[in-house]
Write a protein that binds this ligand. Sequence first.
Ligand code: BG6
Ligand code: GLC
Length: 855
Amino acid sequence: DVTARFQAEMGKGLARDTSPTAAVKMLPSFVRSLPDGSEKGDFLALDLGGSQFHIHWVKEFDDGKQSSQLESKSYPTPKEVMQGNGAELFDYIADCLSDFMETKNLKHKKLPLGFTFSFPCKQTKLEEGVLLAWTKHFRVRGVQDTDVVSSLHRALQKHQAMAYPIPTGTGTNACYMEEMRHIDLVEGDEGRMCINTEWGAFGDDGALDDLRTEFDRELDLGSLNPGKQLFEKMISSLYLGELVRLILLKMTKEGLLFNGKVSTALLTKGKIEMKHVSAMEKYKEGLSNTKEILTELKLFPSEEDCVAVQHVCAVVSSRSAKLCAAALAAILTRLRENKQLLRMRTTVGIDGGLYKTHPKFAGRLHRAVGRLVPACEVRFLRSRGGSGRGAAVVAAVARRLAAQRRRLHTALAALLLPPAILWELRDKMRAELEHGLKRETQAQATVKMLPTFVRGTPDGTEKGKFLALDLGGTNFRVLLVKIKSGRRRSVQMYNKIFAIPLEIMQGTGEELFDHIVQCLADFLEYMGIKGARLPLGFTFSFPCRQASIDKGTLVGWTKGFKATDCEGEDVVDMLREAIRRRNEFDLDIVAVVNDTVGTMMTCGYEDPNCEIGLIAGTGTNVCYMEDMKNIEIVEGNEGKMCINTEWGAFGDNGCIDYIRTKYDREVDEGSLNPGKQRYEKMTSGMYLGEIVRQILIDLTKQGLLFRGHISESLRKKGIFETKFLSQIERDRLALPQVRHVLRQLGLDSTCEDSIIVKEVCAAVSTRAARLCGAGLAAVVEKKRENQGVERLQITVGADGTLYKLHPHFSRILQETVKELAPQCDVSFMLSEDGSGKGAALITAVAKRLHNVGQK
Ligand code: BG6
Ligand code: GLC
């Protein structure tokens, strides 16, 4: 029951609406990471708020063994300091620190300082802590609601000591690593942050009233902070002895103990302490200790009195252990649920006098936790060097993370494209488009601007039954498309996906086309239409130079294809020959179209304003309707023709080399066509994962990832497919899930690793989307100028796995177009049916024209 109540309290403390009034504060600590063993350096640590005030000098060694050396000294905290004023307290701390540095010969050094301040503090960053309220025996005036770090700073400056105190709230409560997305009060969803629960205040809103006894109430009324820290008062070492005293007092008054005789000592607050309770509960000497202690209190105990008193001690301290276990069980359950595990193994770091010195507390706590959360296997680890060392480690971790961030940003800086560069790229693309269209320059142009002999978008009069092939994207498809015109205008499609094995993609041309025809034969068989000599449209998503709609000479393979004896050949002829070789059926190949053209047509069937086709998939490319008068290499000035830009080759003349990074060069060198398709290699699905992999290798070499170890999987080319990028970058995808994706790829990552990987993916895909946006802005601007209008309304038909499946690509692309082509209102239309439908529509038109021509 207490576990459930505490679970509810944690939820309240974390949620935005309920946190202001929550009793359990759940304070963000801005500690975002646990040590990973690579921390190193010298640190100082102050530890204030426990039973003693310590100063430590910690040396962390980055020797792979996580070893450290600790030199410490404790100082008294006199009552006048604990209950005086703030200036005195901080001066005193500074005095002690000066003394420590003097004795350790550290005066000349400026070391980072961690500050364990074991009181509830509100933090908005690591190096700040606004005291919410004093607890335990402290009640220093003028400190509440102020930042203890700056007060300490001021005092230290007077002593000319060092900078960077960092408070960490540890001490007698509990903290744990919470998922950032559950912490409403701190910006950001990524990663985890340590939450200082301040569970001592559990019950301050009455949540434990039914469990509090008259003794708890009495103890509270006599404390420095009545009504506050009620849970702490039931469990912490500071109050245990006092609870025992109050119970003994009542029992004595009722004549149940010591013949009813109360001594002055028994009436005096604070006379029984935790150390006495511990001594009385000792296994063997317990009874004689009890006698001694009671005698000291002038109580003259009988044998039975001693046994009874021992029993009281046991009841009070077991209750403490069990309550502590109940709250801990709530935290463990939360952790397990956050990690979405059915069973969880974890370690609880634990410290404090009660746990360390009471003979039975630890055992009782462990057993109770075991019973309450059977789904968690918990190891309790006693903290070595106290929380002071922890504060030093926090400082060390913070330092490591800051250094890591800086290096990560340096590595990713080269991928950032400031607006000025994007405008420049837009203009360069524009210039390349012109070169490709002009007679004198087109031979040398890198952006080839291939005429497609498609002269119009669909008008709804298309009809008939057609076959289509769709080759060159992620999937190879064969389709049957039935188009109806008129009032019952509709398109019905049947399709089948076939695999193209790598050895066929990169074998001989004959093998490739034989394979295609084999798939066609299977499909005709499957559909039961082998006998019909249907017209066929061939979506062939590679650059082809066309002299008519049914002729296409392959300029050069791109993406993952490299079949021999195809470049410079007419792919329609190659297909016809393969059909002839098979000698099983005949087909009428009417049109060969690029996938961009097919996509534009597919979308154009729905929206006549669609005059641009965009593919952002395995490869990237754009086509658009150009005015005939601007296409110098095709006869005629009337009307329009669709131009397949083949913009993937943008930059092959070196004009965008200044934005290419060493990662891009590496990807290019490892590709099938080095030096070619430079723009495509920075923007399309086939390459983005490879860029990510190159960056990850580099970061790992720099020791920023995977503990500096480059695993076998990371060495594997192509492990990062676009679909993984899309998965990793999904919003609000919890890091455990990112780690799961990485694990599928054979990459064993820590939580911090997964954050970095996600950032790298985002940097790479954002750059791709912005680059693609800059290119598209050039195209729409050109269209606007062609039409000679102030504002252009235009639709872009878009397709491709990157565009469709990536969680941010299409949005960033669209934003970039808006930014770089402010005079164009561009609508984007997703091609749902693929380019096969468009190819069939083109075939329908070509067939009709052909028939008209024959007549
Ligand atoms: C498909 C089209 O939907 O998208 C293909 O039908 C095109 O013609 C492909 O090539 C592009 O996307 P991807 O991601 O498969 O290369
Ligand atoms: C490659 C091809 C191009 C195709 C694009 C998208 O860039 O060269 O023809 O349109 O990929 O699939």
